[in-house]
Write a new protein. Structure first.
Length: 397
C-alpha cells in the first residue's frame, strides 16, 4: 500500500496559524493535495485534543478517520534549557500511537508549561528530561527532531543548537530514529553528514494553513495503514520509500544573511567576512547550507538508493505562468479546473504525463510543470526568514 504522509502540521490553536486549520478544512485540503495520511498536529493542546477525541473515528490501530481522510496523532513542542552554559532551543515532533497516549502525555506535561496558550507549547525541559517524561507515559511514541538545521529552535541550528545528536539527547540518542529535514534542506544535503546515515529523513509541510499542506511529504510502502507500520518504516527503513521535497533554496533559511540589511550570502561569502554583516557590523544569521557544510564530512552525498523528488507547489507554477499573484481568483480558477479534470495536486505535479494533462491545461502551465520535473528553474535563495524566489524560464509567448 502506497501512503503519502504529511505528519507535521498545526491546528488553529497554534500561534500564527490560520483559523481554517480545523478538521473539515484539513480533510478537504489533504484530499485535494493527494495526501493519504495527515498528522493531527498540536496533540498536547487540550481544546484541540478534545476536538480530536470527539470527532475522529479510529479505523485501525493508531489511525483515525475524518471525512474519509486518515489521521495519525502528532504534535510539536519547543524545548528551552541551558546546556554547557549556553541557551538551547529545539523543536521536537511527536508521533503518538493513540489519542489515549496523547491524553497521558498531555497530563504529564501540563505542570511543565502552558499547554493551552499555544498548540506548540514552550517547555522549560532539556531534551533528555522531555524524552523521559514522554516515554514513561507512552513508550512507543516516536520523537523526531524538527527542521533540524534552521537557525532557531533546531537541534543543529546555528543560534542555539548542537553539533551532534549525542550532545542533545545523551543516553536517549539511540532511540532517535528519524529527523525532519525542514524546508531549507533536502536529502542530498543531509546525506553529506555520515553521522546521520542511520536515520530516516522525514519530510513534512509544517503547514499553518490548508494551502501549505503537502509542500513536503514522506512516502511509505506498507502492508497495512497502522501506527506500527509507519513506526517500523521509520525505525528500520522497511516500508520507507522516499520523500517529496521543497526546493531547499526556496526555504527561508537556506543562505546566510540579514533581512533588515538586505544581505543574502553564500557560506563562502560569509566565511570570507568572518560571518559579519557589512552593513550593521553584527553577526549574520547563519543559514542551513552553512551549517550543513560545517558538519559535513563528505563532499558528495550518499543517498543509499532512497528516492526523492523536488516540487514547486502547483499554485506557484500557475501564478508564474499567468503572471498573476498566487492568491488571485485567476490562479484559483485554473487550479480548481486542473484538479477537477486531472486529480490531486501531487498527481498533476508528479504522476500524470504531459499528454494526459494537455486537455484543459494552459500551455504555459504545462511548460512550468515540465521544467519543474526536469529542474530547469532558477532560484534566488532564501535567507534570515525571507523565502527564496523561484523563477521558471518560460519560452516567449
Amino acid at each position: 500500500m502506497t501512503v503519502i504522509a504529511d505528519l507535521h502540521i498545526h491546528s488553529r490553536y497554534s500561534n500564527a496559524t490560520s483559523y481554517q486549520m480545523e478538521l473539515p478544512a484539513l480533510a478537504e485540503g489533504a484530499r485535494r493535495k493527494g495526501i493519504h495520511l495527515l498528522g493531527t498536529g498540536d496533540c498536547t493542546q487540550p481544546d484541540w485534543l478534545g476536538t480530536l477525541s470527539s470527532e475522529l473515528a479510529e479505523t485501525s490501530d493508531g489511525i483515525y478517520s475524518f471525512d474519509g481522510i486518515a489521521f495519525m496523532v502528532t504534535g510539536e513542542v519547543s524545548l528551552v534549557w541551558k546546556h554547557d552554559g549556553k541557551g538551547r532551543r529545539i523543536h521536537i515532533v511527536l508521533l503518538v500511537p493513540s489519542l489515549d497516549d496523547a491524553v497521558r502525555i498531555h497530563e504529564a506535561l501540563s505542570p511543565r508549561g502552558n499547554l493551552v496558550y499555544d498548540g506548540r507549547p514552550m517547555l522549560g525541559l532539556s531534551a533528555p528530561d522531555f524524552c523521559e517524561i514522554v516515554w514513561e507515559q507512552s513508550p512507543d511514541t516516536l520523537l523526531v527532531p524538527a527542521h533540524v538545521w534552521t537557525p532557531w529552535y533546531a537541534v543543529f541550528g546555528a543560534k542555539s543548537g548542537f553539533d551532534s545528536l549525542e550532545e542533545c539527547f545523551g543516553n536517549y540518542t539511540d532511540r532517535i530514529v528519524a529527523i525532519e529535514t525542514g524546508l531549507s534542506s533536502d536529502p542530498p544535503m543531509n546525506r553529506r553528514v555520515s553521522a546521520l546515515d542511520h536515520l530516516r529523513l522525514l519530510s513534512c509541510s509544517d503547514a499553518h494553513s490548508p494551502a501549505k499542506l503537502a509542500r513536503e511529504a514522506t512516502l511509505f510502502d506498507v502492508q497495512d495503514l497502522c501506527f506500527d507500520a509507519i513506526s517500523c518504516a521509520l525505525t528500520t527503513g522497511k516500508g520507507y520509500a522516499g520523500t517529496f521535497e521543497f526546493y531547499p533554496q526556496e526555504g527561508k533559511y537556506h543562505y546566510d544573511g540579514h533581512r533588515t540589511c538586505g544581505i543574502s550570502w553564500s557560506p563562502d561569502q560569509s566565511n570570507a567576512a568572518n560571518d559579519i554583516c557589512p552593513v550593521c557590523g553584527k553577526t549574520l544569521t547563519i543559514g542551513v547550507l552553512h551549517r550543513v557544510q560545517d558538519l559535513a564530512d563528505r563532499t558528495k552525498p550518499e543517498l543509499g538508493g532512497v528516492p526523492y523528488k523536488s516540487l514547486i507547489p502547483l499554485e506557484e507554477i500557475i501564478s508564474q505562468a499567468l503572471g498573476k499573484g498566487v492568491n488571485t481568483k485567476a490562479v484559483a480558477g485554473v487550479y480548481d479546473s486542473l484538479l477537477n479534470r486531472h486529480g490531486t495536486e501531487l498527481d498533476i505535479l508528479l504522476e500524470r504525463s504531459l499528454d494526459d494533462l494537455t486537455p484543459g491545461t494552459p500551455d504555459r502551465v504545462l511548460e512550468g510543470i515540465d521544467k519543474m520535473r526536469s529542474g530547469d528553474i532558477a532560484i534566488e535563495p532564501g535567507y534570515d526568514g525571507v523565502f527564496g524566489k523561484i523563477e521558471i524560464p518560460f519560452g516567449k509567448q
